[in-house]
Design a protein around this ligand. Structure first.
Ligand code: PLP
Length: 372
């Protein structure tokens, strides 16, 4: 199989497997006061410090969670319930972990959602964001993802941080697709962020939430008071071990990986353009996450089953559609971009360091064979 679906999830780094295997021996309950429990507690705090160091924040600002969805939901719920947020500025292109939570919160709380304008690639109009922020007196949370998981479009993070700072808004950034890809200093203007280890060669079900000091959000999960009462439940030590190791290795090699992976996506785009001059590159290469390439193939040549046919040929990719009862529906991102009724079949290719140029060349040959 050729695996070009790394925005969905990634295989474990060998170093992560080793770290997790070793952590299996650390079995004490971190809440126990005896030496065996204390060993687990010390291990977890070491991992917290490591992650804080890698993201430019204080250990006390990092909370271990089950991943992106839980981190985002914790912030959204508490911001509306406890911090008195009355207005949320966001887009319909966010991940469902944001959108579905916002819909649910609006059923119970008087919170208003306003959409920031974006262009045909999903690039945010920061001028419009500023206009929307220029409304004194209403407590506002800006919720914008750092990279879109379907298109790869990147947010100008520093500009948004500055605007939120100037207008006194809180800022939740969904950094699930970018933590581990870039060195991000979370302390430079982001109020809240979430990460998920399985997006950077760590385990599934492990991640963290960043809450900048001075934003006293309240927990979503109540119980034994773990994670300084922010997230109850006995800690997932093996997951935390894998998370910390994955982040360390991902950031250690980031420059080489960025170069290699970007070469792969440029080669795929260039090769496909030669074979299919009328394709529609949805991903804007200059302003996007280097590992994502979303391409619209002319539907009269590609049909609407291209992803399944690629799978049968041994190439794993994702599409811009969700399949329910055998019928393909365009994704909310394609709909949001106004691309749900276009003559294209969209395919998202997403790469990692483990992919090769030979795989790209093979994939181009297969697509050439599959297109009419
Ligand atoms: N946000 C984005 C942008 C994602 O791509 C994902 C996962 O696909 C999530 C949030 C949810 O993360 P998790 O799978 O860790 O709950």
């Amino acid at each position: 199989m050729i695996y070009f679906d790394n925005a969905a999830t990634t295989p474990l780094f060998p170093e992560v497997k080793t770290a997790m295997t070793e952590a299996m021996e650390i079995f004490g309950n971190p809440a126990s006061i005896h030496a065996i429990g204390r060993k687990s507690r010390i291990y977890i705090e070491d991992m917290r410090s490591k992650i804080a160091g890698l993201t430019g924040v204080k250990p006390a600002e990092i909370f271990f969670t089950s991943g992106g969805t839980e981190s985002l939901q914790t912030v959204l719920t508490s911001a509306v319930r406890d911090l008195g947020i009355e207005r949320i500025l966001t887009t319909p292109l966010e991940h469902h972990a944001v959108l579905h939570n916002l819909e649910a919160l609006q059923q119970s709380y008087p919170v208003e959602t306003e959409h920031v304008r974006f262009d045909e690639h999903g690039r945010i109009d920061t001028g419009h964001l500023e206009e929307l922020l220029h409304h004194p007196g209403r407590k506002t949370l800006v919720v914008l993802m750092h990279a879109n998981n379907e298109t790869g479009m990147l947010l100008p993070l520093n500009d948004v941080c500055s605007l939120c700072g100037v207008y006194g808004a809180l800022f939740l950034s969904d950094t699930v697709q970018t933590i581990g890809k870039y060195e991000i200093n979370l302390s430079e203007g982001i109020s809240f962020a979430g990460a998920s280890a399985h997006k950077f060669h760590g385990p599934k079900g492990a991640g963290f939430l960043y809450v900048s000091a001075g934003n006293p959000i309240q927990p979503l999960i109540l119980g034994g008071g773990q994670e300084r009462t922010m997230r109850s439940g006995t800690e997932n030590i093996i997951g935390i071990a894998g998370l910390a190791k994955a982040l360390e290795v991902a950031l250690r090699d980031k420059e080489d990986v960025q170069h290699h992976v970007n070469e792969l996506r440029l080669a795929l785009l260039g090769g496909l353009r030669q074979v299919i001059p009328d394709l529609y590159p949805l991903t804007d290469i200059s302003g996007s996450l280097y590992s994502v390439l979303n391409i619209g193939f002319p539907v009269e040549r590609a049909g609407d089953m291209l992803i399944y046919r690629l799978d049968m040929e041994g190439v794993a990719v994702s599409g811009g559609s969700a399949c329910a009862s055998g019928v393909n529906y365009p994704s909310h991102v394609l709909k949001g971009l106004g691309l749900d009724h276009t003559p294209y079949t969209f395919v998202r290719f997403s790469f990692s360091r483990f992919n090769t140029m030979e795989e790209v060349e093979h994939c181009i040959r297969i697509i050439k064979k599959l297109l009419r």
